[in-house]
Ligand binder design. Sequence first.
Ligand code: BG6
Length: 515
Amino acid sequence: MATAEVQVTPASVRNSERVPDPCIVVIFGASGDLTKRKLLPALYHLEQANLLPEDFVVVGVARRPLEETFAPDMKEGILSGGGVDENEAKLGPFVDRVQYHAMNFDDGAGYDGLKKKLAELDGKFNTKGNRLFYLATAPEYFSDIINYLGVHGMAKPEAEVDGKSPWVRTIIEKPFGHDLDSARALNDEVNKVFDEHQIFRIDHYLGKETVQNILVFRFANGIFENVWNRNYIDHVEITAAESIGIEGRGPFYEQAGALRDVVQNHVMELLSFVAMEPPVSFQSDGVRAEKVKVYKAIKPIKPEDTVRGQYGPGVVGDKTVQGYRQEDRVNPESQTETYAALRLEIENWRWAGVPFYIRAGKRLAKRVTEITIQFKQPPLRLFQGAECHGDEGVMPNLISMRIQPDEGISLRFGAKLPGPSMDVSPVLMNFNYADAFGKSSANGYERLLLDAMLGDGTLFAHRDGVEATWALMTPLLEAWAKTPVSDFPNYEAGTWGPKAADDLLEREGRKWRKL
Ligand code: BG6
């Protein structure tokens, strides 16, 4: 297909950049992969951009005694995270502010020691009592940590420092619960200790520029929102495809599966941005209210509108890979889905009758997260006259938003094929993020860490949103649990998933867009 490049005007309106108050970021579960691969590189990217306060400390907390190795290990993570040169002047001083504290999360005794250490660091680094606790542990520790922070008086700000009341906030990683009841129970526990404005339930998809850009694309432009509804749109597809497998996380993934791991959170966040009404403002409450309205307008999803898949052995890229059931610490007869597809409808004035098709899976043909808005086919009688050679080339207009990789947006439209007759061919108009704005090494956590330090919850999940998405997914999980699958594995690694997922669209005369 031919492509037409768009001219980009890089002049842009920048929000004024704000630097948070002095603070200590305390990461529980700091020996895990997330801290080294994402969190520390993200914090350092903020430092590079002068967006961290001068008086700032990171304290990694985990069980093992890593006092000697933690900071050098984090430095390695920062360097391999991309966009950082070993000789940068800021790197050494930043790493000097990376501290470590060993303790057991489920043993109350350790928290007094932590409290004392944080007070000492306040004295040494002038961090003024402000704390951001990041819960990056396995989810079974969330309640213990929250409770002990409460019991040991660390969840509420202490006495004023320099005439200013300090703040205490907590970021909680996903998974936030594993069904509706557990999410509610966890919310109750967290809300007993922290006020809602102190809680930041993180979904790293909301930190991605391309995800935030959905709102800009829709609401900062005059031409799209008018056609963004059931009068013009035929259907919406959301694909979150990964080529990687479960990366050694067998025990976690066995309990999770694709629906819990990716659909309930990342994909539903994407869906809410595509489908929401314009919020009154980009303040936390405005965005959150519109997201929840979308979730609540989704009709209960019928089990027959869902497809489960599990990968068998296959070839991804040029690598032969094993099937899910052969992965380390996975039940050889596992019923866990590594792929989920579903069809849903949002029953409101904007969307009634427009199907949303969602698919997410591991070990698929390639890594791509994309949202496709497919418009209705126009009437084509005009192109069936004597001078036209048919309408085969006419494909419905389509807007595709590439969340990752090759971030960008494409618009497909029909153009006249050069020649003596009125033949039409589809062409693409492409906007590519990297070409327009340069390549970025940001991993999505930068923006979210910064916002949490600033107390801005706009890009975080809230209690009602989390519970609303679990309310949609829990009946499906229960229905699936009652009906074991007999044909797992039902797709080969390196393909586009089970045949049943194609049937889900074909029965309505549609096809997944080829990505
Ligand atoms: C995580 C899931 O939340 O998101 C992983 O637990 C998944 O299983 C990852 O691989 C995908 O994130 P990204 O940013 O690579 O699309």
